[in-house]
Design a protein around this ligand. Sequence first.
Ligand code: HEM
Length: 509
Amino acid sequence: MGFLPFFSLETWILLITFCCIFVMYGHWTYGVFEKLGIPGPKPKMYFGTVGRMNPVFYIEDSLLAQKYGKVWGMYELRKPVLAVMDPDVLKIVLIKECLTHFTNRRNLRLNGDLSDAVSIAEDDQWRKIRSVLSPYFSSGRMKEMFNIMKHHSHKLTVKLQSSLANNDVINVKEFFGPYSMDIMISIGFGGDMDFINNPSCPLLTLVSAIINIYLFSVSGCFPVVLPLLELLGVSFFSRTTTGHFKKIVEKFRAERKGSSHQVWNITIIIFLMLNRDSSITVNGPRGEKQNQGLSDSEIVSQLTMFAMAGYETSAITLTFLAYNLARNPEITKRLQEEIDTTFPSKGPVQYEALMQMEYLDAVIKESLRLSPPIPRLERQAKETVKINDLTIPKDMIVMIPVYALHRDPELWPEPEEFKPERFSKENKDSINPYTYLPFGMGPRNCLGMRFALLLVKLALVEVLQKFSFSVCKETMIPLKMDASGILGPLHPIKLKLEPRSTDSEHVDK
Ligand code: HEM
């Protein structure tokens, strides 16, 4: 106790008060679920329940589901989050009450330049932007975009072919990542960045690193500092990346002023957006008048968001598809048989025929079941809502653990096995739609779903026309998963690439 005299009484009082406030603040939000009678793990001061059973959050969801059932409460640092896997409740949250009580996701506030991006915007602003954007992703538009995609899928197969000369073991994402980004940029902005041949291009790295993960943790523990950070202009999203996209839009805006409209390709989204006149008003979904077009800042946000939302998710989908096919040669063989029958003699891939391929569709669906790139969905309750016996308080985050749903042994026998026949014509009708959610569900589902599926199907068919994937000593089995960000492997997935016979091969540009 010899150190006691060093501090004055006032200092001691201040120190003890600070400690009390620190401890109380760290526990403040805990206890919500106990009051509601909802089970869940016990939180620890400031850390909540994060990483208690597994450091990878979506694997932890599966473990928590096994322990607590279809509904449980948890704390992401200090934030109470209600996990729901009950399909009846999900139907109400995602569809029936989506436009009334569950329109928005969690608002992280530090959204900076992207606060008006469709995935972040809320209520009426979201409705307006979504209704402007939806037509760009219709099936009619997909047909128009198909030829641009084919240009890039051709380059992908050429690149894979050339890689065989150096090494037959490839890091799969190094090919599918640039392919996916090339398509996002071509269709979003109209330029061919040729990432597939320039994988070290800074934009590719910038988009991957756009989110500041550390800020998430700080704001999660001390949400009280959020208004101050917001005032200081701090954002989760890198200003360098958003600035890059801003420059591209400005360039197109300037070019538009100096040229005639006819020269523009109708499939390029930026041209479609810039062509809309933001001063013309139309009737909104509830009969109100709204602007037909988007402002420049809104356009930049949407295009940046497309690149962010589309690049990594599509690349990771293709990467896991290659991994699952490599581990299941008999499924690869069956798929290649379907491909060869649909496009004989490795002939050009046609849009309509591609869309009709049943086994291809089942293989992709099964791979997205095992590895949904977005392993959780979220909605925030605007009001206190009672659904059956469950009370969801106002402002509560409802989290839908997609990964856990997709691996629930009660829903999917042998859930760890890769079995495309689960999605065959005969079996798919028995699947409850609220238990399979790789693209979300309802009015707020994935805007780019058709686009993503087309991009993935095209690449897979063209690659499997010419090559097969197999596992090799560099392939990690089972995979270790990355604990941060969207679903993905901790270490690159490496596979052996083998050429198929090249007889009567077509070159299709
Ligand atoms: C295989 C690839 C993809 C997967 C698995 C995927 C999955 C998802 C999921 C799960 C959501 C949340 C849905 C919900 O909350 O109900 C979402 C939202 C969204 N996705 Fe995708 N996505 C993919 C590709 C794309 C692409 C290529 C684009 C754009 C070109 C895109 C644009 C969006 C947008 C804008 C939203 C937010 C929609 C809104 O809030 O209204 N996604 N995506």
